[in-house]
Every structure is written in structure tokens, then in C-alpha cells.
Design a protein around this ligand. Structure first.
Ligand code: BGC
Length: 767
């Protein structure tokens, strides 16, 4: 007995000595930890463990640390390397709500989608939303939120526009940076995605986006550049698509030359989930981790090292960035998560964010806020089933999304009961039973309602409502999602049923001298020109997250004055969109190449330069109050490397409100063609009471003056007169000033990179 005990002690001691002699992550140098890895461990280390779907090579079992998370990283316990957890996505944490284990029910907060957040133009608020998301990531045991997504909203039919911020890279970059700062302030990481030019879902894994170097630098990379430089995201996710011939994950120019050498990114790059085809080249390009990871990929990398196609040093370098990332994570720091994030507080943050992102598009004769309204007739299926966000990895498992019906009832309005019963009976029959509508959308009840056609109404019901109620509110809804783009006719324009609902309700209510409000619960721009004259007011609520109905009710009632502005143009018709002829690529039935013939002329840059009148312009939004702009001052009349612009904004109306102030530059058109104006900065005032003022300051550097000259791979500021325009929208400039640049200046010299692999003929104002 004694002898056996002794041998156990000896064995234990030997084991301890062996473990101690091995380098440990966090205690020893990263390079020593890497040197202690076997080649097999190294190839596994650059491969993810795709949660439930892929097996851990160590035991052949799937690694599930947090159910519903998108993936994990590989662990090597003997070297002190834990597995870390990555979860989606941009509108809140996406994990399985009811994991069916001891950890209990884990619902997450659905925040307004990125498009709605961009409409707040409030980076402080976006940072708060980030903090709230970060709190849920941390307390539910995850290490990285796979967000924000900041591709450019180049075309309104892109299925993922709701996950993206804007058509403008400055808005996208600044909002993304704010979200990253907020999330990471909680000690968890982010993954800015999808780097880059993932502007369509059609054939997203293979499509070759053919884009000029200038358009890439000024439009499609610029937001990422701002986010990297202003927020230091822990990770970047390369995109599925090709850019000028190469898959993003296999693109050395993109991931190493531009991202790391030029912008100074120090973090880890992962692929998007199953992207690209050449894993060896992914390693060479500086794509450190292949997600979600597959055994065949590990085998291929192992073979490549053995037959000399992949230098082990390349693997070591990628692993060193992975280990640096792991050392930052809560899991490495052995954080004991509670499974109890501040859901109540976070719901309030989601509510305020939703309120502030709402854009008042029309308000004839001050139809809003409600005056003497007691009973409301609520039309449209979406009024009773609000859309919190889109589908796919950007979806959140929230507990409940507040509908407009509930929001108005919470705000103590009476609703027209026959109308409510009519809609809710139909909706309940779909939600309750396994109907055809449900089957069509994969049994997903939520989307069955969102995507089914509008419910028809009898004239009699409308007439009775017009007689009995004080006002009509109609909600139109749209859902889109990952994996497919939409069509002009099934998404962008109104359906016949929607159109006749608007017409019939407006006719009946106007005949009764009562007003009609349309609420848009949508994820991206739709056609508004042909019907916007009918209702008295239009509120663009966007996809509002879980608190949508309450937020809309607060705006309708006047508890909160709207202060959102569009961060994308609403064109008169789809054919006006500069990419409408080339989206989603050629050949049109199964695109291989997508030619970006619109070049730098994306969104307002196009509409303003080519004199195409939009239905609602970029940066547009009304309030319940009015604002005066005064005292525009520049710190100097000539540019010496830096310029301060100040402007005073005064609330001249009768209620408190916030104003979004936009700063545009018109650069001299000497040498190369430029858009007539470009957004160079923005700010939002605090809540100003009537007569209260605030002075805002914008600090601009040389890049604000510069355009990208592809021939010399440089950002160049042309000599001449620069007009500074401060506006309440892109087409409502409220104050102007100018300054001179005496000599043209090369502001920054970059590498020659990312040249198109085939000719792309861009549009020009000179054509
Ligand atoms: C999406 C990413 C997402 C990933 C993991 C991909 O299909 O494009 O945005 O983060 O899946 O779920």
C-alpha cells in the first residue's frame, strides 16, 4: 500500500516537472510557446473549431463552449492555451437562447440594426450600445463579438444592407469605430467585417468585384481604415468575395500591404466562415485563422509545410498573432462569467438607440406629434408584428420584440378593436399552426409573417375606423437577410396590396378630415416617391431591435422629438441607382464578375454630381423643432496641415431636440475629377432646449482635402479653393466658408496595390 502511494507521488511530481518545463502562454515568450508546438499542433492552431459542426482533432468531438456561438479557437492545454469563443453578430449577441442545460435561459438584447444606428449619427450613443453588447458577450462566456459589419450600402437590393451602416465610408467608419470602442471597453473583442467589398450576397463566395484602385481606397476600404485607426479592433474578418481577381482571404495586398503595413493593424485576421479555396495562400496572405476550420484544411497545410509550399515561419507568424489575441480574452484570464448580463439596463439602451435612429421623412401641417389623439386605427400586418432585425447570422435570439400595437397600448392609447382583432386573428393562426406560409420560410414563424403579402382590408372596415378613430397609422415592413439579394419587384417597390391599403386608408381618413401616418419598419432604402404624397406624415423607424414599438410610440406621442437622419439616399426609382445596371454582376443569371462602373460615385456622390434628384437625400430628417446655424468659423483661410471648423446651432423652435450637423467639402476640380461634395465630418448636438445653443468643432487633417490618385498610389490635395459647407442634410446647406491651398500636396504615399484584373469603365461627369 505504502509502495503504491509512493509511486503515485513520484509520477505526479514527474508530471508536474514536465509541465513546468514547458513554456506557458502568458508566462513565457510567445515565440517559445510556438517553438514547443508540434507541426500538427501548429496547423490545428490556425484552424477554428466550428462549434457544433466540426470536431476537435484531439478527441474527435465537437467543441461547444457556448451553444449557438459561431466558432471557437483551438486549445493546447499543455502550453496553457485555452479555446476561445466567437459569436455573431452586429445587432447583438447571437447564441442559443435556451441551451437546455444548467446555465438556464440566455436571451440576448436585440439592438437596432446598424442601418438604424447610423441614422442616429451619434457616436457616443453607438459606444454605449457597444458597451451593452460587450456586457452580454462577457457575461454569457464569449470572447469576441463578430461585429460590426461595415460594408458600403452600394445597392438597395443587397440582402445584408440592414447589417451595414451607410453608403458613406466616413459614417460607416466612425460608427464602427464607436461600436468597437464600446464593446472592447468591456474586455471582450470585436471582428470588423467583411473586409472588404462584400456588397452583394449573390454568389458571394465566388463573385469577383472589379473595382478601380481609387474607388477601393476612397469608398470600400476607407471605413475599415477609419475603424482600424480609431478603435484598434482585436480582429478583422476577411470577406467571401474576390477583389480584382483574388479572394479577400488570399489577398496579400489587402491583408498585409494595406491592413498591416499601411494602417498598422496589429491584431488577428480570420476568414469568413468557409471562404476561399486556397488555404496555403490564405496563410501567405496574412489571414491568420481559417474559420470555422475543417480537418481537410489542416491536412492540406500539413502537406504544404512538408512539401515546401508553405514555410513553417509563415505559420509561426500567424500563430503569434493568434496567441496575442488569445492572451487578451476573458477566457485566457479565467473570467468567471455570470450568465446574468444587465438585460434590463441593456433594453433601455436599445430603446434610446431606437428612438434616436428614427427619421421623420414627412410631417405636413404638423401631423405629428399626436394632438388630441385618444384612439388609433393601426393598419398593416407589421403594426402587430414588428421586425426587430434581418435574418441570418445578424439575427439575435431576443425574448420579445415590442410591436407597435403594444407600444401604443403601453403609451395608453386606445386601439380600434375590430381592426386589431382582424389582424391578430390572422397572425395568430399563422403563428399557432404549421401553415403553408410557415413552411415556405423553413418553419420560421417570425419570418412567415414578415415575408407574407400584406393582408387585404374591406372598405367597410376602413370606413368604420375612419369614423370612429382619431388618426390612422399604417406600418409597412421589409425583411432581408444573409445569403440572398432582393429583387426590385419583391422588395424595393410597394406591392399592389400595400399601395391600395395606403390609398384606401388615406382616402377614407382625409374625407373624414383626419390624418394618416405611415411607419416604415424596413432594413434599407425602398421606393417612396410614388406614394409619399398620400399620407400626412412618414416615420422611417428602420428595423428597430426589440424595443421598436415603444420607441415609435414615444416619437408619435411627442415624448421624444425625432432626431435621426438618413445615412443613405432614397432614390426616386431603382433605375436611378448608379449600380442598378451592373448589380449583381455578369452574366446576370449566374454572375462571375461584378463591374463597379459607378467608381467613386456611390450614393449622394452620384446623385449630387450627376444632378439626379432623389426622393429623400442623404443626411435628411425632420424634427418637431427648428434649428438655426450661425457663426461658421475656420481656424485659418489657408490650409497648413490642420483646420478647425466651428459652428453654433440654436434650437429656435418650441420643443427640445437634437440636431445632426454635417460637414461637406467641395474640392477644386483642377486635376482629377471629384464628386461635387463629400462628407468629411459630422456631429450631433446634445438635447437642446428652446433657445439653447451649442458650438460644435470639427478638426480636419490633410486627408479631408485629398483624393486618391491611383497612378502614383497617393492621396493628393489639389491646389485651389476649398468650399466648406455645413448642412442639415446633403441638399440643405446652412452655412458656407472657404479656404485656399496654395500648392497641391501629396498627403500620403501608399503602396501600389489591388489593381483590377480586368478593365472596368467607370462613369464620369465628363461623359
Ligand atoms: C457571415 C459572417 C458571420 C459568420 C459566422 C458568415 O456566414 O458572413 O458575417 O460572422 O457566418 O456566423
Amino acid at each position: 500500500m505504502k509502495k503504491r502511494n509512493l509511486s503515485i507521488i513520484i509520477c505526479l511530481l514527474a508530471g508536474q516537472t514536465f509541465a513546468q518545463s514547458l513554456p506557458q502562454l502568458g508566462k513565457d515568450k510567445v515565440k517559445d510557446v510556438i517553438a514547443a508546438m508540434t507541426l500538427e499542433e501548429k496547423v490545428n492552431m490556425v484552424m477554428g473549431l466550428g462549434n457544433a459542426t466540426w470536431s476537435n482533432p484531439k478527441d474527435g468531438k465537437p467543441t461547444v463552449i457556448v451553444p449557438g456561438a459561431a466558432g471557437c479557437t483551438y486549445d493546447i492545454p499543455r502550453l496553457g492555451i485555452p479555446s476561445t469563443v466567437m459569436a455573431d453578430g452586429p445587432a447583438g449577441l447571437r447564441i442559443v437562447a435556451e441551451p437546455n442545460n444548467a446555465q438556464g435561459t440566455r436571451y440576448c438584447t436585440a439592438f437596432p440594426t446598424a442601418t438604424a444606428m447610423a441614422s442616429t449619427w451619434n457616436t457616443d450613443l453607438e459606444e454605449q450600445v457597444g458597451k451593452a453588447m460587450g456586457n452580454e458577450v462577457l457575461e454569457y462566456g464569449c470572447d469576441v463579438l463578430l461585429a460590426p459589419a461595415l460594408n458600403i450600402q452600394r445597392n438597395p437590393l443587397n440582402g445584408r444592407n440592414f447589417e451595414y451602416f451607410s453608403e458613406d465610408p466616413v459614417v460607416a467608419g466612425k460608427m464602427a469605430a464607436a461600436l468597437v470602442r464600446g464593446i472592447q471597453s468591456e474586455g471582450v473583442g470585436t471582428s470588423i467585417k467583411h473586409f472588404a467589398a462584400n456588397n452583394q450576397e449573390t454568389n458571394r463566395g465566388s463573385i469577383n468585384e472589379v473595382i478601380s484602385q481609387r474607388a477601393l481606397r476612397e469608398i470600400y476600404l476607407r471605413g475599415f481604415e477609419i475603424a482600424v485607426k480609431e478603435s484598434d479592433p482585436w480582429t478583422v474578418m476577411s470577406s467571401y468575395n474576390r477583389i480584382n481577381g483574388f479572394h479577400s482571404a488570399e489577398n496579400y495586398d489587402l491583408l498585409t500591404t494595406v491592413l498591416r503595413k499601411e494602417w498598422g493593424f496589429k491584431g488577428m485576421v480570420t476568414t469568413d466562415w468557409t471562404s476561399g479555396t486556397d488555404w496555403v495562400n490564405q496563410m501567405h496572405a496574412g489571414n491568420d485563422m481559417i474559420m470555422p476550420g475543417e480537418q481537410k484544411q489542416a491536412e492540406e497545410l500539413l502537406k504544404a509545410v512538408k512539401d515546401g509550399r508553405l514555410d513553417e515561419k509563415v505559420l509561426d507568424e500567424n500563430i503569434s498573432r493568434i496567441l496575442e489575441y488569445i492572451m487578451r480574452t476573458p477566457r485566457f484570464k479565467d473570467y468567471h462569467y455570470s450568465n446574468k448580463p444587465n438585460l434590463k439596463e441593456n433594453a433601455l439602451t436599445a430603446l434610446h438607440a431606437a428612438e434616436e435612429g428614427m427619421v421623420l421623412l414627412k410631417n405636413d401641417n404638423n401631423a405629428l406629434p399626436f394632438k388630441k389623439v385618444k384612439e388609433v386605427a393601426l393598419f398593416g400586418k407589421t403594426s402587430y408584428h414588428f421586425i426587430a432585425g434581418g435574418t441570418g447570422s445578424g439575427e439575435v435570439n431576443y425574448y420579445h420584440a415590442v410591436s407597435l400595437q403594444e407600444g401604443l397600448e403601453n403609451a395608453k392609447y386606445k386601439l380600434a378593436i375590430p381592426l386589431k382583432n382582424y389582424y391578430t386573428n390572422i397572425i395568430d393562426s399563422i403563428l399557432g399552426a404549421n401553415t403553408d406560409a410557415q413552411k415556405e420560410f423553413g418553419g420560421n414563424k417570425k419570418f412567415a409573417i414578415d415575408r407574407m403579402s400584406e393582408i387585404g382590408l374591406s372598405e367597410n372596415l376602413i370606413r368604420t375606423c375612419a369614423k370612429k378613430t382619431d388618426i390612422a397609422v399604417i406600418t409597412l415592413g421589409r425583411t432581408t437577410g444573409e445569403g440572398s439579394d432582393r429583387k426590385e419587384n419583391d422588395y424595393f417597390v410597394l406591392s399592389d396590396a400595400e399601395r391600395s391599403m395606403i390609398q384606401q386608408v388615406c382616402d377614407a381618413y382625409h374625407a373624414a378630415k383626419k390624418k394618416v401616418v405611415v411607419v416604415l419598419n424596413i432594413g434599407g432604402a425602398i421606393e417612396t416617391e410614388s406614394w409619399k404624397n398620400y399620407p400626412d406624415a412618414i416615420l422611417l423607424a428602420w428595423q428597430t431591435g426589440q424595443e421598436g414599438g415603444n420607441a415609435v410610440a414615444h416619437i408619435l406621442s411627442g415624448k421624444v422629438a425625432p432626431s435621426g437622419k438618413t445615412a443613405q439616399t432614397f432614390p426616386v426609382k431603382y433605375a436611378d441607382v448608379p449600380s442598378s445596371k451592373t448589380f449583381p454582376g455578369e452574366p446576370s443569371d449566374n454572375p462571375i464578375n461584378s463591374f463597379y462602373t459607378d467608381g467613386i460615385y456611390v450614393g449622394y456622390r452620384y446623385y449630387d454630381s450627376f444632378n439626379v434628384k432623389p426622393s429623400y437625400e442623404f443626411g435628411y430628417g425632420l424634427s418637431y423643432t427648428t434649428f438655426k446655424y450661425s457663426d461658421l468659423k475656420l481656424s485659418s483661410t489657408t490650409f497648413n496641415g490642420k483646420m478647425d471648423v466651428t459652428i453654433t446651432v440654436t434650437n429656435t423652435g418650441k420643443v427640445a431636440g437634437k440636431e445632426v450637423v454635417q460637414l461637406y467639402f467641395s474640392a477644386p476640380q483642377n486635376t482629377i475629377e471629384k464628386p461635387v461634395q463629400e462628407l468629411r465630418g459630422f456631429a450631433k448636438t446634445r438635447l437642446l432646449k428652446p433657445n439653447e445653443s451649442q458650438t460644435l468643432t470639427f478638426t480636419l487633417d490633410g486627408r479631408a482635402l485629398a483624393s486618391y490618385w491611383s497612378g502614383i498610389s497617393s492621396w493628393v490635395a489639389d491646389a485651389g479653393k476649398y468650399e466648406v459647407k455645413v448642412g442639415s442634410s446633403s441638399r440643405n446647406i446652412r452655412a458656407t466658408a472657404s479656404f485656399n491651398l496654395d500648392k497641391s500636396m501629396v498627403i500620403e504615399k501608399d503602396h501600389y496595390a489591388l489593381q483590377p484584373d480586368r478593365h472596368v469603365k467607370e462613369i464620369s461627369v465628363k461623359m
